[in-house]
Design a protein around this ligand. Structure first.
Ligand SMILES: Cc1ncc(C[n+]2csc(CCOP(=O)(O)OP(=O)(O)O)c2C)c(N)n1
Ligand SMILES: [Mg+2]
Length: 340
């Protein structure tokens, strides 16, 4: 038994305590209420110990690592100021300082003016694309119709490339800490985990608050099996898979079939192509949730309305879009094309 398993009792004698219990107790002391993981050795022990001290354990199907360390500061663009510390403590210190010396970026500044004009022209351009009647739909049409029905206080979770980037510009969130997405590093696979965490918070603190998780079809593949987790805990999350048959872009069914005449898919299929017309909604149906396959704005509106109304079950809406749909042209070429 290692030394770390020996804890001193109040009477001065030592007693044996498992490492798992020490971890669980330490987490509990830090006010950790939820633990997410995949059991195996030694996580089973830790999970059991955590449950024993009252931490709720959510068994996942995929996991990702998180790192916070000083060496990361400035390893990208050189910042003017770096802050190293616990984010809660640092934010508190900053807010205290702002209270003492209130400061606001002047609303009449040139920077604000340019920003407001840019926002206005972006909005107008996005609307123009959103109102296009052609089928299959484009990203903007899809997001416009989602935005129309989004509850103001919902959690918006998202991941993907075009799906997330364009989604960020159209889907609004009004409350702080209510948008969770793959962020600056764009690591795929985080979406369903974020959605599950949000749904648990909502369930505990604000029953009825909804979680909308917008996934690219590739992004969904990274942790799609978490749909089983969602159904196991019966979390009424609404998953929207924006399906363009690929990573950034894909082929329609006819092109895919034509392409296969030239050889095996491993040699002729572009690496960003995924199987066209995949019925991801069946993943949800397989575990007891509701699944919808939609191809038109009307079908999208109807299925989203039904999903929002039924808070007893999770649902997945598989939204087919134009496989070659792009983001609108940007001022800089490298912003228009997607980067792998
Ligand atoms: C862990 C990880 N692997 C690979 C990538 C590379 N990557 C960036 S975005 C993306 C998926 C984009 O496709 P999709 O989610 O379908 O969104 P779309 O652009 O097609 O709307 C991938 C695989 C990544 N960001 N993270
Ligand atoms: Mg895609």
């Amino acid at each position: 038994m290692s030394e770390s398993n020996l804890a001193e009792r109040s009477d001065g004698r030592e007693r044996l305590v498992s490492g798992a219990k020490v971890v669980a107790q330490a987490l509990k002391t830090q006010d950790v209420n939820y633990m997410f993981g995949i059991v195996g050795i030694p996580v089973t022990e830790i999970a059991l110990a955590a449950q024993e001290v009252g931490i709720r354990y959510i068994g996942m199907r995929n996991e990702q690592a998180v790192d916070i360390c000083a060496e990361e500061l400035g390893n990208n663009v050189r910042p003017a100021v770096t802050l190293l510390g616990d984010i809660n403590a640092v934010t508190k210190q900053l807010l205290e300082q702002f209270d003492k010396t209130p400061w606001q970026y002047p609303p009449e500044s040139k920077w604000w003016k340019i920003l407001r004009e840019k926002m206005k022209s972006n909005e107008a351009l996005s609307k123009e694309l959103a109102f296009k009647k052609s089928l299959p739909m484009n990203y903007y049409t899809v997001f416009y119709h989602i935005q129309e029905q989004l509850p103001r206080d919902c959690f918006v979770v998202s991941e993907g490339a075009n799906t997330m980037d364009i989604g960020r510009t159209v889907l609004q969130n009004y409350l702080p800490r209510h948008r969770l997405d793959a962020g600056t590093f764009g690591t795929m696979g985080v979406g369903l985990g974020f959605a599950i965490a949000s749904a648990l918070v909502a369930k505990d603190r604000n029953p009825g608050q909804q979680v909308i998780c917008v996934e690219g079809d590739s992004a969904f593949g990274f942790s799609g099996m978490e749909v089983e987790t969602i159904c196991r805990y019966n979390l009424p999350i609404i998953l929207l898979v924006v399906n363009n048959n690929g990573i950034y872009q894909g082929f329609d069914t006819d092109t895919w079939k034509e392409m296969l005449k030239f050889g095996d898919a491993t040699t002729v299929a572009p690496p960003m192509c995924l199987l066209p017309h995949s019925h991801y909604e069946h993943v949800m149906i397989a575990f007891g949730g509701k699944g919808y396959f939609v191809q038109t704005p009307e079908e999208l509106q109807k299925s989203l309305r039904q999903s929002l109304a039924d808070t007893t079950k999770p649902s997945l809406i598989n939204i087919m879009i134009e496989p070659q749909a792009m983001r609108k042209a940007q001022d800089f070429h490298w912003l228009t094309r997607s980067n792998m």
